[in-house]
Design a binder for this molecule. Structure first.
Ligand code: C5P
Length: 234
């Protein structure tokens, strides 16, 4: 799997995302774009087709979680949308993850990269224990979900760069780690708590870094993107 920087395009309208992507026109750069729930629910599948038609790779971050048959059918639709990467919740169980792979796989045998969300980083140990009644330590739960994802045939997980090493140890070097929570050394953390720089994420073994506001809110987004690429890929 190639290393890359994925730009989280957390915008609420087509106008806003296109204004942002226009800044890259004529630069020869075509960032790998993450489309999340906000933009997808605002603009629907057309926004995926339009960004794809401009030549960008797309990570569609919709975090599916439902009964296996429903996820299989939904994944089949996403696969026809020609996204490059999509995801689901590992908590949906191996049966759901296996069904997802089946739905995603096209007639010619190809499919988008499929990664799993383990425990959301917004879930505390306390909430996990007291509300979800999962008593094991959160790190153990995350690695167990990662192993389930691997056994189910998925390609990787979303995790913190700080967890990338442990995930690779448990699931192998080829198992992809897609890591948000990235900030420049002198940058504003925003609401992210545990952050790492692109250079540090590289050292820790991340395969893809997901970077939003440090690029989208920068005075010069193209320069910020290029800086991420040079720090992370070299
Ligand atoms: O703007 P920022 O760089 O914080 O954006 C990070 C992106 O990664 C956002 O789209 C956010 O939803 C996503 N994400 C995250 N932490 C997770 C999972 C996803 O920040 N644990």
């Amino acid at each position: 799997m190639g290393k890359d920087v994925i730009v989280a395009c957390d915008f609420s309208s087509k106008q806003a995302v296109m204004d942002f992507l226009d800044k890259f026109e004529g630069t020869g750069k075509k960032p790998f774009v993450k489309i999340g729930m906000e933009l997808y629910y605002a603009e629907g599948p057309a926004i995926v087709r339009e960004i794809k038609a401009r030549g960008h790779k797309i990570f569609l971050d919709l975090k599916l979680h439902d009964i296996p048959n429903t996820v299989m059918k939904a994944m089949s639709v996403l696969s026809r949308l020609d996204v490059d990467m999509c995801n689901l919740h590992a908590a949906g169980t191996s049966a759901m993850m296996e069904a997802a792979i089946k739905g995603l796989t096209r007639e010619d045998g190809t499919r988008p990269i499929l990664i799993a969300v383990t425990q959301l980083t917004s879930t505390s140990q306390e909430a996990m224990t007291n509300e979800l009644l999962i008593e094991r330590p959160i790190d153990e739960v995350v690695l167990s979900y990662a192993r389930n994802a691997k056994r189910s045939g998925l390609d990787g997980v979303v995790c913190s760069p700080l967890e990338a090493g442990k995930v690779h140890e448990a699931c192998g070097a080829e198992f992809v780690t897609v890591t948000p929570g990235v900030r420049f050394a002198e940058g504003d953390r925003g609401d992210q708590v545990r952050v790492t720089t692109p250079a540090r994420a590289k050292e820790l073994g991340s395969d893809y870094i997901v970077v939003g506001r440090p690029i989208t809110a920068a005075a010069d987004p193209v320069a910020a993107y290029e800086r991420c690429i040079s720090e992370f890929i070299g």
